[in-house]
Design a protein around this ligand. Structure first.
Ligand code: GLC
Length: 680
């Protein structure tokens, strides 16, 4: 059951697809009170055993209880355990205890603070800064039911093309066809599977969106064709800001259509990003989304089938106003003399010119005929960009699925694209953070996601990249990405490349299964990754597990995320079959009883746990998703009762596939064997 409560006059957000009339009565469970400057505060007492899932993209554990978070989409290169907000705002929480099961969603595009047992362990206080919102309460019999009801409220998750489940190589710095060809050759010669190469900002002319360097990419259409003949896709980046430069076609057409966000005096708001001074499309307007979506057309016509949208919080490196204010502050201090406190303050003033909260108050959007200050709708910006692109793709490639993933997001954007987890670092703690973010992102509808494998910032080490890949084998987006000036991070750069290649080979052997589980989850409003609590809500041990995840129908993953570990502890809520992978053809099987286990997992070994009466098809040998033979496979699993496994297969590109016609029903018969060969 879903109930809606309206506060103030909420602005449209495009998050919800189901019309629900607002309740007249007062809000149950929470007490609501007015706070300072129009804010609204919702408080609820927490039960001692209550866990809180949700918030999608956020730091810390799967259970969000015990810390304070904010919904405020941020470009946070160096994020740590104390960072309160990341790139997306996903305002959904699920409270779960023996006494209560309750979902709450705040459809509110402004700043929200979530004090989830931070000030007081036994209390959650949610503060909406603007106080204009729709609040939804969701009650169902079980956790999966709440997740499903929430998806029905917000709409079906985005479906990527099947090739997007292949391994993707990316690095900030690839600047020419020749460099991309080298990356491809190094993979192909070593038989490291590969489906796509991302093109970061260096493919553009002067970092200007929708251009490409004429000398480095003289014929993009021919290059993209050449890549496709080798079963590879090019995936260019597009940033949110449009360089303010007369004579640059997207700027000129944007000016003509009056498409950019405005300052109070009616002039275009300007701030710097990679290309220098930029204007920012007002994605909240339908006509602006149409104009921006049209800009993708030349790239689509050049054969491009996938994009990543970036810097769309939006990231603002500086504005002229912000810089002037910082200089003023410096002058004031110069006059008064410096002590350590003023010096520190001054340092903060200068580092604060990037993504300056003041800048987000300097510009306006046009919503329903009114000017709305950006900070009141800040968290919608990236979602608007994703929507503009997706709407354009639907116009130019109707009926087709294209790859689209964004850095910034808001609930609702999950219908139009996936996301990546942003600028992580080559840290072991960020490997664990990526793992823990996955189920909460799924809960909020973002099924297609993954982190920068190996870590974006800092220098990776061989063992860390390998352990990242071992997680990445299972994440829908499996992309190795790293920053300019960091250590080269392509698999072939490392002495243990064969081990890493073997790890990627497992991804390809599992690809038909992972694709099947993903598609079933998306088409049935389910979750691809979920906390163990969703399957064993009565098992208090399982509910507390923070570093193992359920995957698809009936599998579980438990990656190693610690330096020099040669194994880890795993809790099994019931008997399971463990597949310990070393490569697509080299693995061992062991039936393990319910309980705690120390599993030995040397570098290069990683487990997949399969529940009884469930099976995993394995098709070794693929080096690209298109050449993979998925008609014959080994079916792994312990069958004790007759049943059926539904393998979902389709052409991998139709935008609206029929959920049933793609199903091949494979009969499961108790045969006492863990493996059997199947042809379909
Ligand atoms: C941002 C993105 C990163 C990209 C870089 C350069 O930091 O998050 O993925 O490589 O910009 O475009």
């Amino acid at each position: 059951m879903i109930r809606k409560y309206r506060y103030g006059t909420p602005l449209p957000t495009d998050a919800v697809v189901k019309e629900i009339p607002a309740e007249k009565g007062s809000l149950p469970y929470f007490s609501a009170e007015n706070g300072e400057e129009g804010s609204l505060r919702f408080s609820i007492s927490l039960y001692p055993e209550e866990v809180i899932f949700g918030l999608g993209q956020a730091v810390r554990g799967m259970d969000k209880r015990g810390y304070r978070y904010e919904s405020w989409n941020s470009d946070v290169f160096n994020h740590t355990e104390t960072t309160s907000s990341l790139y997306g705002s996903h305002n959904f929480l699920l409270f779960f205890s023996p006494e209560r099961l309750l979902g709450i969603y705040l459809d509110d595009p402004g700043r929200i603070e979530w004090d989830l047992g931070y000030t007081r362990r036994d209390r959650a206080v949610i503060t909406s800064a603007g106080g204009n919102l729709d609040l939804y309460l969701i009650e169902e019999d079980n956790l999966k039911g709440i997740a499903r009801a929430f998806r029905e409220l917000t709409g079906r998750s985005y479906l990527p093309p099947r090739w997007a489940f292949g391994y993707i190589q990316s690095r900030w710095g690839y600047a020419s066809e020749a460099e991309v060809r080298t990356v491809v050759r190094e993979h192909r010669e070593r038989h490291i599977p590969l489906d796509a190469v991302c093109m970061d900002i260096d493919y553009m002319a002067d970092f200007k969106n929708f251009t490409w360097k004429p000398d480095a990419f003289p014929d993009l259409a021919a290059f993209s064709r050449e890549m496709k003949e080798d079963h590879l896709r090019l995936v260019p980046i597009i940033d949110a800001g449009i360089k303010a430069e007369e004579g640059y076609a997207p700027y000129d057409s944007g000016k003509k259509g009056d498409c950019f966000c405005k300052k109070e005096d009616g002039s275009d708001f300007v701030a710097a990003v990679w290309p220098g001074r930029c204007c920012f499309p007002d994605f909240l307007r339908e006509d602006v989304r149409r104009w921006f979506g049209d800009l993708y057309r030349p790239l689509l016509e050049a054969g491009i089938e996938g994009f990543w949208n970036d810097m769309n919080e939006p990231a603002l490196f500086y504005s002229d106003e912000g810089v002037a204010e910082a200089f003023d502050a410096a002058d004031r201090i110069r006059a008064g003399g410096v002590d350590y406190e003023t010096a520190w303050w001054l340092k903060d003033v200068f580092t604060g010119i990037a993504n300056n909260p003041e800048d987000y108050r300097r510009f306006y959007h046009r919503v329903e005929g009114k000017d709305v200050r950006h900070d009141l709708v800040h968290n919608l910006y990236g979602a608007g960009m994703t929507r503009a692109a997706a709407e354009g793709f639907r116009r130019f490639r109707p009926g087709e699925r294209l790859l689209l993933f964004s850095r910034s997001s808001f609930i609702g954007a999950h219908r139009n694209g996936g996301i990546w987890q942003g600028d992580n670092f080559s840290w072991w703690s960020h490997l664990k953070m990526a793992l823990q973010m996955l189920p909460n992102l799924n809960l909020c509808g973002f099924l297609f996601n993954g982190c920068d494998l190996g870590g974006f910032g800092c220098n990776v080490t061989e063992d860390l990249l390998e352990r990242f890949l071992e997680l990445g084998v299972f994440t829908p987006l499996m992309r190795n990405h790293s920053a300019l000036h960091t250590r080269d991070q392509e698999i072939y750069r490392f002495s243990s490349w064969e081990m890493m290649r073997d790890t990627v080979s497992v991804r390809y052997a599992l690809l038909p299964y992972l694709y099947s589980e993903f598609m079933k989850a998306a088409l049935r409003d389910g979750m691809y990754f979920r906390p163990l609590a969703f399957d064993w809500p009565e098992d208090r041990r399982a509910v507390r597990v923070q570093d193992q995840l359920m995957l698809g129908g009936d599998c579980m993953i438990a990656p190693v995320y610690e330096q020099n570990a040669d194994g880890r502890y795993v809790y099994l809520p019931e008997d399971m079959l463990m597949i310990r992978f070393r490569s697509a053809r080299d693995y061992d099987l062991e039936m393990l009883p319910k309980g705690d286990h120390r599993i030995s997992l040397a570098l290069g070994e990683f487990p997949l746990f399969v529940r009884k009466n469930h099976v995993v098809p394995l098709c070794p040998g693929g080096e690209s998703s298109e050449t993979l033979d998925d008609a014959s496979f080994t079916l792994i699993g312990r069958i004790e009762e007759e049943g059926v496994y539904e393998l979902y297969r389709d052409d991998g590109k139709t935008s609206d596939p029929d959920p049933d016609s793609g199903l091949t029903r494979i009969p499961l018969v108790p045969d006492g064997k863990p493996e059997r060969n199947v042809r379909i």
